[in-house]
Design a protein around this ligand. Structure first.
Ligand SMILES: Cc1ncc(COP(=O)(O)O)c(C=O)c1O
Length: 360
């Protein structure tokens, strides 16, 4: 059977979901206002609910997680300030350098030596002391930017106690903390904790509604009332003020109601990883909804998977599969069946006869 004849199973990202009938009905019924001139009541409801969930005074809707992070960095950093973030953090690798270009920060990666996606206290202490000189020649370190879950580390969780210790160390050194929580909801559901338990002490937190939660658009930035008041101005400066945004915010409110359903995505990711491991793949056991596989040739494997009607993406030198609301346990079984039969077919033909492009 050719690729075109197979039903496609798309595991590239948890941003691929489309609003279902119920979400669309909620959007259609949303009460709206002009959120730039004064206020949109549904956007405001989402902001207040998000602030409460994250244990912060206030929150601000933004069109994307990238903009929420950028607003936070613009406010925490002065031009030329150094900021610290775990290696391969989204703010370091995937925001087109806007932390430096637009927010003026000098990035420094922290090794993730406490576990996947997790910087150690020792590493943080070293980075802080390297930047602690009071000489007028020394760069100032003013921000620690954490990420939970850590995307490039395969949706890896920073546990609540580790988060609190990292934050306490930064704050003792007079360094502000921003948490990129694009998938914080996944961490909270996996740990069976309220999201606010994972944000303790952070000066600002960004979250996304358009990833695993399945809303079509939208993120938020939370922090103190004063921080958010300024963030509203920064968002406007960046062109992120939208008017009748309640239509979008309604989808996010609906998505928050079903947050606990993320556990299904986690179970599906675990099922996929276990099945691939049984077939001899080098995969990390996922903590949430992202499975990373180390393969000999990422491009070749992605091509072979595509031939089987399975889509994945390259990330940090590995193949990344992401489970989401559009993927069922049956889909995972189909993926495993296709990979199993292709592997058997290749083995039957012998390693030399398999086309290099088709080798998994
Ligand atoms: C950890 C993390 N932060 C921020 C973002 C950016 O979000 P957006 O795509 O909404 O700009 C992403 C996107 O995947 C992400 O994984």
């Amino acid at each position: 059977m050719t690729f075109a004849q197979r039903s496609l199973i798309d595991l590239r990202s948890d941003t691929l979901t489309s609003p279902d009938e119920r979400m669309r009905a909620t959007m259609a019924a949303a009460e709206v206002g002009d959120n730039v001139l004064d206020v949109d009541p549904t956007v405001r409801e989402l902001e207040e609910r998000t602030a409460a969930l994250l244990g912060k005074e206030d929150a601000l809707w933004t069109p994307s997680g990238t903009m929420a992070n950028l607003i936070a960095l613009c406010q925490h950093l002065q031009r030329g300030d150094r900021f610290l973030a775990p290696r391969d953090a989204h703010v370091l690798n995937n925001e087109l350098g806007s932390a430096a270009w637009l927010a003026g920060g000098m990035p420094e990666a922290l090794e993730t030596d406490a576990g996947p996606g997790r910087p150690s206290l020792r590493g943080l202490a070293r980075a802080i002391s390297n930047g602690a000189s009071t000489s007028y020649l020394a760069m100032r370190t003013t921000l620690l930017c954490l990420e939970n879950t850590h995307n490039a580390a395969g949706g890896a969780i920073v546990p609540a106690d580790e988060h609190a210790q990292l934050v306490a160390m930064a704050r003792d050194a007079g360094i502000a903390v921003h948490l990129d929580g694009a998938r914080l909801w996944n961490a909270a559901v996996a740990l069976q904790l309220p999201p606010g338990a994972l944000t303790v002490g952070a000066d600002s937190v960004s979250v996304c509604f358009s990833k695993a939660l399945g809303a079509p658009v939208g993120s938020a930035l939370a922090g103190s009332a004063e921080f958010i008041e300024q963030a509203r101005r920064t968002r406007q400066m960046l062109g992120g003020g939208v008017r009748q945004g309640g239509v979008l915010a309604a989808a996010s409110l609906h998505a928050l109601d079903r947050m606990n359903e993320l556990a299904t995505d986690h179970a599906n990711a675990a099922r996929l990883a276990a099945g691939l491991a049984e077939l001899g793949w080098d995969v990390r056991t996922p903590q949430t909804n992202i499975v990373l596989a180390a393969v000999a040739d990422v491009e070749r494997t992605l091509h072979s998977l595509r031939e089987l009607g399975i889509l994945a993406l390259p990330l940090a030198g590995r193949v990344r599969f992401v489970t989401h609301r559009g993927i069922t346990a049956d889909d995972i079984d189909t993926v495993l069946e296709r990979v199993t039969s292709e592997t058997a077919r290749q083995q039957a033909r012998g390693p030399a006869s398999a086309s290099p492009r088709m080798r998994l």
